[in-house]
Design a protein around this ligand. Sequence first.
Ligand SMILES: NC(=O)c1ccc[n+]([C@@H]2O[C@H](COP(=O)([O-])OP(=O)(O)OC[C@H]3O[C@@H](n4cnc5c(N)ncnc54)[C@H](OP(=O)(O)O)[C@@H]3O)[C@@H](O)[C@H]2O)c1
Length: 324
Amino acid sequence: MMNAAFTRSYGPASVLEIRSLPVPTPGPREVLVRIEASAVTAGDLRVRAADFGPVMSLFGRLFLGIRAPRRPVQGTMFAGVVAAVGEEVERFTVGDPVFGSRPSGAWASYLTVPEDGSVALRPDGVTPTEAAAVPYGAGTAWTFLHDLAQVQPGERVLVLGGAGGVGRFAIQIARHLGAHVTAVGSARSLPLMRELGAQETLDYRASDFTTLGQTWDVVFDTADASSFTHSRPVLTAQGRYVTLYASVRVAAQMVANRWRRGPRALFGVSSGSREQSQILADLLASGAIRPVVDAAFPLERIVDAHQHAEAGGDGAVVVLPEAA
Ligand SMILES: NC(=O)c1ccc[n+]([C@@H]2O[C@H](COP(=O)([O-])OP(=O)(O)OC[C@H]3O[C@@H](n4cnc5c(N)ncnc54)[C@H](OP(=O)(O)O)[C@@H]3O)[C@@H](O)[C@H]2O)c1
């Protein structure tokens, strides 16, 4: 048996409780990972609270569960050690240090993951706590900036929410792709955003980026702080407004942009993959990205971990299952 954080229903952090559940058994092409650290992300907080936004409120519950998550052990980002492998697994062996993501199951002592899923070897020198803090923000930033916006060297990228879970990696990945980066956050976060590589920083309470007389090739909105209409005057002719937030308006703008020239609106979903996990491992190993960890809690204190993440801070929140 193992300890796991069980979600009784949608609601506040107190809906989570520690239960003793069976250790999952890996299928023929799966690995069993003994989890050393897993993250509590803004996306996890939204699922727990059933905060799916106006467009997705019905679909979210239909997809994930009506009154409670259909998969009661949530948690999506993990780092740990391979504890067992299915008989057909070729990519990993017992004892390998790994990190990756799964749709659920990471707030527990063990989880299974397909060997061809979103999992990679953890680079030397990267701790489990650090590795668990990578796939959510870095995977999303890579999907949106590299795959969707196709950021080119020399382009100017503005990151709205540069100190957030996605934004911290967006700054680093945009720099890695050769862009000039302006990051927007609260006054408290300006030094961190500069440390992460932003060449310019703006306090969103003190200035509106659309009034500065500057233009950008990409506005990456990780904070739901702008819109295509608001950003459009400061986007270049090939400019892209890229948002993490689904809305009917963005969908309509994406369709309309197919028939007209000029700046475009883009939305997508980041879901991770074997290939992307390897890219993140390489970026970590080369030092192109580094996670910022704010706090770590034992798994037994999952409620405190959620409340800490909800209070907001400039770093990842991680939970640590007990050594098994
Ligand atoms: N579509 C997808 O595939 C996808 C993937 C990942 C995440 N998401 C969603 O994206 C959202 C953001 O995730 P996250 O983890 O980055 O959130 P987060 O950690 O809460 O970060 C949001 C950041 O935005 C800052 N902010 C707030 N208002 C701002 C403003 N007006 N201008 C500029 N910055 C502002 C906040 O700073 P202060 O706290 O200091 O105010 C905070 O640092 C979540 O809701 C998540 O569900 C979607």
